[in-house]
Design a protein around this ligand. Structure first.
Ligand code: 5GP
Length: 189
């Protein structure tokens, strides 16, 4: 998506550990008009699949999924919550995720009542790096026996292993911008 690449080049800033900050439009301030363009793009890419629900992870995924949903007929959005790993609750699906940006492991959970067997689920997230967040969501959805129709990512860091891991799970991956390297400057694939 050329407009996304232009925006990343114009507004993105680099941090240590290969972190790209896009706080001006995606992760802190949100450019709603642009999010709608992202919604149109995801809808075009997933036009041939039935989507009953969009699943994402808090926090940044929520805004993206909420706007993108409106381009998929206002399907419900469910976001996995990040929890402390103490009390086990029978009413939730749980999985573990290692956070790339925070350098620690945490649990994610979704209440069982919000995901049904055979429901067609599109997973969405802002970034794909090593794939931990996406694989955690995939694990939850497989526990629920849902049907994962694809994974949509706004910014894929293709030099990390996340994309390969999702594809090797046999899932369709659509990333709107693919970054080849962040070594001093941003280079797209
Ligand atoms: P993964 O789980 O694929 O290793 O990392 C993806 C998650 O980490 C995303 O949900 C995102 O919140 C965060 N993340 C990974 N890399 C970056 C980055 O370069 N910039 C930002 N802003 N978030 C990132």
């Amino acid at each position: 998506m050329q407009k996304l690449k232009d925006k990343i080049l114009k507004e993105g800033t680099l941090r240590e550990n290969n972190i790209l900050k896009v706080d001006s439009f995606l992760n802190h301030q949100i450019d709603i008009a642009f999010m709608n363009e992202i919604g149109v793009e995801f809808k075009n890419r997933f036009s041939n699949v039935k989507v009953d629900k969009i699943v994402t992870i808090e926090a940044s995924g929520i805004a993206i999924a909420s706007i993108v949903s409106q381009h998929f007929g206002n399907v419900p959005v469910v976001f996995a919550k990040k929890t402390e790993s103490k009390n086990l609750d029978n009413e939730v699906y749980k999985s573990k995720v290692y956070s790339y940006t925070k350098g620690k492991e945490y649990d994610i959970m979704i209440a069982k009542k919000y995901i049904s067997e055979n429901e067609n689920i599109l997973i969405l997230d802002d970034f794909l790096a090593n794939g931990a967040a996406a694989l955690g969501l995939i694990d939850l959805l497989r526990q629920a026996k849902a049907n994962i129709v694809g994974v949509g990512i706004v910014i894929e860091k293709s030099f990390q292993v996340g994309a390969e891991r999702i594809i090797s799970e046999g899932l369709r991956l659509e990333s709107l911008a693919k970054i080849k390297s962040l070594d001093g400057k941003i280079e797209f694939k």
